[in-house]
Design a protein around this ligand. Structure first.
Ligand SMILES: [Zn+2]
Length: 125
């Protein structure tokens, strides 16, 4: 086993699974309190991590886990960029997913997914 390099693992705020850091997008709150996206994992500040997976993004957005982890409001623009990034990424990955450790990770543990009509999905803020 020639691979000695340790890849740090972080927990996705969408699915709560630990993943290799490079597979996650980092949302970072700078020491000044500014929210931005950090694709290299190098910006200073407090970070929250999200899989490059649209399901995780939607779940995180809906449940406000990013807000909770970063303890601040996330600008809508950040969600927009995230969504675009993840979708672009998914489109790219569709072609080159072969050879990667492709575990099917659909279907399991969606126990907490319940439709809450109270929220209505769209709150036109
Ligand atoms: Zn995830």
């Amino acid at each position: 086993m020639p691979k000695v390099k340790k890849i740090p693992r972080r927990q996705c705020v969408g699915c709560r699974e630990a993943r290799d850091k490079p597979d996650l997008i980092r949302v970072v709150k700078s020491p000044e309190g500014v929210i931005s996206l950090d694709f290299k994992g190098k910006k200073p500040g407090r970070g929250a991590y999200l899989c490059r997976n649209i399901e995780c993004f939607r779940r995180a957005r809906k449940s406000r886990s990013l807000e909770r982890v970063l303890k601040t409001a996330i600008p809508v623009g950040i969600f927009d960029i995230l969504e675009r990034e993840i979708e672009a990424d998914a489109a790219q990955n569709a072609g080159r997913n072969i050879g990667r450790d492709a575990k099917p990770d659909t279907g399991q543990k969606i126990a907490e997914e319940k439709p809450d009509a109270a929220n209505g999905g769209e709150n036109g803020k």
